[in-house]
Design a protein around this ligand. Structure first.
Ligand SMILES: Nc1ncnc2c1ncn2[C@@H]1O[C@H](COP(=O)(O)OP(=O)(O)OP(=O)(O)O)[C@@H](O)[C@H]1O
Ligand SMILES: [Mg+2]
Length: 282
């Protein structure tokens, strides 16, 4: 049992869940009076003098679906590391709404306050069913054993059913997660985050390794998730970005190079020069 607990704790992001501060638990503090969910201002991250983020300014609106693109090394993952508390910047500020200072919170507190991050490699619990994976996420403050032996309330069951519907895995609910296709595992992982009802969902390269059909389904899923929450997608697959994008941000050398619709981005001479390359923009 303790092995499961350890595994589960690691899976949830490291820190013991009992250490969440009351402040992090309270979501009443979120102030969206300016319509902006996430503020990154003048954020700089240096590695041995090299600036992975260089005075980065980024604003994500409430309910927005934002795509972030940029060449390898542009700073995309580093940016997500700062937002999720994995990395502390050398300078700058990061706020959720007007009042929640992310730089004063631990990684676990940031997750609890409502920022969910999906890594490229799925981290579902392979030996548990799809349903159990969602149930464990719903009751993350309990041990695996307590979770799987205690009864779910009707409301909790409805919540899990709602997420199963959203991620399109209703008919797979009793399957062992390890037997799912690559795409289905990715959706389950998104479901595990959705159970926590995040304000902001960060998704790094969601369609890498997916079939064409899985990619299309993922586009529909991510599009449907915006509105109720904000979704930030980092992706290299430009066709995919085009299929979901409203606003695209181009990162280059740790800064925002351009921001706009996909068409605006592709017409932008700066972008053509440094990132897309004029031959790749069609
Ligand atoms: N821990 C680290 N130590 C030293 N340099 C690092 C570290 N993490 C990232 N970097 C450097 O910072 C820069 C930005 O890296 P980052 O991973 O954020 O890029 P990215 O935009 O996510 O790239 P990719 O598209 O390849 O995933 C790169 O030059 C990278 O080599
Ligand atoms: Mg990256």
């Amino acid at each position: 049992m303790s092995r499961f607990s350890d595994m589960f704790t690691a899976w949830r992001g490291g820190a013991p869940l009992s250490e969440f501060s009351p402040e992090a638990k309270s979501r009443k503090l979120l102030d969206l009076s300016h319509g902006i969910l996430l503020y990154l201002e003048n954020v700089t991250v240096s590695f041995d003098g090299f600036r992975a983020l260089d005075n980065l300014n980024l604003y994500i609106g409430k309910g927005e679906l934002r795509c972030i693109i940029g060449a390898n090394g542009a700073g995309k993952t580093t940016m997500m590391d700062v937002i999720t508390g994995k990395l502390r910047p050398d300078s700058g500020t990061a706020f959720l709404g007007q009042t929640i200072d992310l730089l004063r919170m631990s990684e676990a507190e940031i997750s609890e306050v409502g920022i969910g991050r999906k890594f490229q490699k799925p981290t579902v619990l392979e030996n548990f069913s799809v349903f159990d994976n969602l149930e464990l996420s719903l009751r993350a403050d309990r041990s695996v054993w307590a979770t799987l032996t205690a009864r779910l309330s009707g409301e909790q069951k409805d919540r899990i059913d709602g997420v199963l519907l959203t991620i399109g895995l209703q008919t797979e609910r009793d399957r062992i997660a390890g037997s799912l296709s690559h795409g289905q595992k990715q959706w389950l992982e998104i479901g595990i985050l959705l159970i926590q009802d995040p304000y902001l969902l960060l998704v790094d390269e969601p369609v890498a390794g997916m079939t064409v059909q899985e990619t299309e389904r993922t586009a529909e899923l991510l599009t449907s998730l915006a509105g109720e929450r904000s979704v930030v997608v980092v992706e290299h697959d430009m066709e995919f970005v085009r299929s979901i994008a409203r606003t695209v941000t181009v990162l280059h050398q740790g800064r925002v190079l351009a921001e706009g619709t996909m068409n605006e981005i592709q017409e932008d001479p700066k972008v053509r020069e440094v990132y897309l390359g004029s031959s790749e923009t069609s």
